[in-house]
Design a protein around this ligand. Structure first.
Ligand code: ZN
Length: 229
């Protein structure tokens, strides 16, 4: 009985170490930063597309502007002396209308230039966030590796010691131990403490305490663990 109890306490320590390894806080940071980087990458793709359409829009407006500008130049260079009144009137009307169109185009060009400026700023902010997240990710990963490098040899050593101890155990008892552990009942053995199950603290009925004489064990009615004295 003592041997399997000793085995169990080492097994519990192994479980504790494995849990510690799987729940290192750095893992959360690594995960979080990985998501931040991923998000920033997605944003940057969207931003690039947005920037491309802004640039297209800008170029189209610019071409339109230049075309209208040339037209105005052509109209203003016309020889007024060879025109009659109505031709002059028509030309002036055209110049007027193109002028107001140019005014609108200039206004829209300014809006787009502002938008491009803002987009560049957003792009920069997004890039900086990604760089920061990548640095934090690396930092957490290094810290995680360092911690794991400390825990893993302890785990390997315990596993080896447990393996060696297995041979000395009562094999029937050990088989039962493994079955119960597999069923999620772990620890398997609980020491009787203040006449109660050492695991779930539920009191053992007085008439059952007598069954714990010598090396005998009983099953806890509440948590199904094997109670020993
Ligand atoms: Zn119990």
């Amino acid at each position: 009985m003592n041997k399997i109890i000793e085995y169990q306490s080492m097994d519990l320590e192994l479980e504790r170490l494995n849990k510690q390894k799987d729940n290192l806080e750095e893992l959360k940071v690594i995960d979080k930063m990985r998501n931040v980087v991923k998000e920033a990458q997605g944003k940057s793709i969207k931003m690039e597309n947005d920037a491309k359409s802004l640039l297209d829009e800008y170029n189209q407006l610019k071409a339109k502007y230049e075309k209208q500008h040339k037209e105005i130049q052509r109209l203003t260079n016309l020889d007024v002396n060879s025109m009659d009144k109505s031709q002059i009137y028509d030309t002036l009307t055209k110049i007027n209308s193109i002028s107001s169109e140019i005014f609108m185009i200039e206004r829209n060009l300014n809006i787009i230039i502002n938008k491009i400026g803002r987009a560049l700023k957003d792009f920069e902010t997004n890039k900086n966030q990604a760089v920061m997240a990548r640095n934090k990710h690396k930092e957490a990963k290094d810290q995680y590796s360092a911690k794991v490098a400390q825990i893993e040899p302890k785990i390997a050593k315990l596993q080896e010691e447990l393996k060696a101890k297995e041979k000395e155990l009562d094999q029937t008892l050990f088989a039962k131990y493994k079955t119960m552990k597999n069923d999620g009942i772990f620890p398997v053995f609980a020491k009787l403490t203040n006449d109660a199950c050492g695991y779930c603290r539920i009191e053992v009925p007085k008439n059952k305490l007598d069954n714990l004489k010598g090396n005998n064990t009983i099953i806890c009615e509440h948590c199904r663990r094997i109670i020993y004295r």
